[in-house]
Design a protein around this ligand. Structure first.
Ligand code: SF4
Length: 352
C-alpha cells in the first residue's frame, strides 16, 4: 500500500467523555491511491487517521437492498461461515478500537439489531468513552430495545430511501417483500427522539427515487442530519444486482437540489457522491479486519486481534481530505441542533 508515516502510538482509552479534539493538521503523503490515479492525499498511518470508525459487526440482514455495498457474502464464503465473530471477540475489537483513540464508533451490518449482543457492544463502546451510533433499517427497533440502550446509545441512524412503499419494495428495501410504511418510519423516529437518542437518516439515491422530493416526509421524521449516498457499485458486493439502480452524478445532483429545502427545517444535509464515498471511511468488517473500497472492491487487512489496530490500519487506504469534504468532521458530542418538524415550522414562521 502507500508509504507509511512514523508516528507515536495512539492514546489510551479515554474514560472521560469530552468534546473531541479532532485532528485537522496531519502529516500526509501525496500519492496515487493504489494505482487508481486519485490526486488527493493518501493517509495510512499508525494513529487514528480519522476520529470515527464504522464496525460492520454482523453480515446477516433481513432486507435485500439491491444496491447494498455491505453484503459481505465474500467474507462469509471464505473465512466467516456464520457471518459474525463470537461475542467475546467482537468486544475485544471494540476495546482495541477505543484503546487506539477512535472517538466515535458506528455499529453497522448487515442489520446490527439482529446481533443478540448488540446492546452489550454499545455499552462497552460507551463505557470506553466513545460516542456510539448504530445504522439500522428500522424493522427490528422496539421500545424494549430503546429502553435497553438508553444512556449508552448516543445516535441512531435510520436508513430510509423513499416515502413510497413501492419504491422501497422495488429496490429490495423490504422484509420478505414487505416494505415499512411512511407512518411506521415516523412513529419510530418519534420514539427514538423521545428516548433522548439523537436521530440521523441515511438515504441511498438510486434509479427509482432520484426524482423524489422527500422534504415533507423527512421534515416530519425530524433527523438532525440527513446523509445522501449516490448508489455505488462495489465489485463482489452488489455488482450483480445494482445495474438498473445506478444513476449519473447529474441525477444525484438533481435529487440534492430538489431536497435542499430540508435545510429550512434545521436539518443538516450531507450529500455523498461516489467519489466522496470511496476511501473516506475507516471500516471494520464482520471478521474484525479493516477494509476499504478505493479500488472499487473491498480490500481487507489482517485481523485486528491478530496484528493489532496499528498494523491492520496500515494495510488499508484512507483519504482524510474526502472525509473532511463529505462533512465527516462535526461535533457529534455537541448540543443537538433541534430539527423543526413539519408541524412546528409553520408555527415558528407565523411568530416571526
Ligand atoms: S438493510 Fe442495509 S445491510 Fe441490509 S441489505 Fe439493505 S443496505 Fe444492506
Amino acid at each position: 500500500m502507500s508509504t507509511l508515516t512514523t508516528l507515536p502510538p495512539g492514546p489510551a482509552a479515554k474514560p472521560v467523555r469530552e468534546t473531541p479534539q479532532i485532528p485537522k493538521t496531519l502529516e500526509v503523503n501525496f500519492a496515487s491511491a493504489n494505482g487508481v490515479g486519485l490526486d488527493v492525499p493518501v493517509l495510512t498511518r499508525a494513529q487514528p487517521i480519522l476520529p470515527s470508525v464504522n464496525y460492520h459487526l454482523w453480515e446477516p440482514c433481513n432486507m435485500k437492498c439491491r444496491f447494498c455495498f455491505a453484503q459481505f457474502k465474500d467474507v462469509r464464503n471464505t473465512i466467516l461461515p456464520k457471518g459474525h465473530q463470537p461475542k467475546e471477540q467482537a468486544i475485544e475489537v471494540v476495546e482495541s478500537l477505543a484503546a487506539h483513540g477512535f472517538d466515535k464508533i458506528t455499529y453497522v451490518g448487515g442489520e446490527p439489531t439482529l446481533c443478540p449482543w448488540l446492546s452489550e457492544l454499545i455499552g462497552h463502546g460507551h463505557q470506553l468513552g466513545m460516542t456510539t451510533m448504530i445504522v439500522t433499517n428500522g424493522s427490528r427497533i422496539t421500545e424494549e430495545f430503546l429502553n435497553r440502550v438508553n444512556g449508552s446509545l448516543d445516535w441512531l441512524t435510520l436508513s430510509i430511501d423513499s416515502a413510497k412503499p413501492d419504491t422501497l419494495a422495488g429496490s429490495g428495501r423490504s422484509v420478505g417483500g414487505k416494505p415499512m410504511t411512511p407512518d411506521r418510519y415516523i412513529q419510530l423516529a418519534d420514539q427514538v427522539r423521545a428516548s433522548g437518542i439523537r436521530l440521523k437518516v441515511n438515504s441511498v439515491v438510486h434509479g427509482l427515487n432520484w426524482q423524489e422530493n422527500m422534504v415533507d416526509f423527512i421534515s416530519r421524521v425530524g433527523p438532525e442530519r440527513w446523509k445522501l449516498f449516490q448508489a455505488m457499485p462495489v465489485k463482489g458486493q452488489n455488482d450483480r444486482t445494482i445495474d438498473d439502480l445506478l444513476i449519473t452524478p447529474e441525477q444525484f445532483a438533481h435529487f440534492v437540489r430538489i431536497n435542499r429545502r430540508i435545510e429550512e427545517f434545521n436539518v443538516v444535509l450531507c450529500p455523498e457522491p461516489n467519489d466522496l464515498m470511496r476511501g473516506s471511511y475507516v471500516m471494520v468488517d464482520p471478521a474484525g479486519r479493516f477494509f476499504d473500497s478505493t479500488t472499487g472492491t473491498h480490500t481487507y487487512s489482517q485481523p485486528i486481534l491478530r496484528v493489532g489496530v496499528t498494523a491492520a490500519l496500515n494495510e488499508v487506504s484512507v483519504l482524510e481530505d474526502r472525509f473532511d469534504q463529505r462533512g465527516g468532521y462535526y461535533d457529534w458530542r455537541g448540543k443537538p441542533n433541534a430539527p423543526m418538524t413539519a408541524e412546528v415550522q409553520p408555527l415558528i414562521a407565523s411568530l416571526q
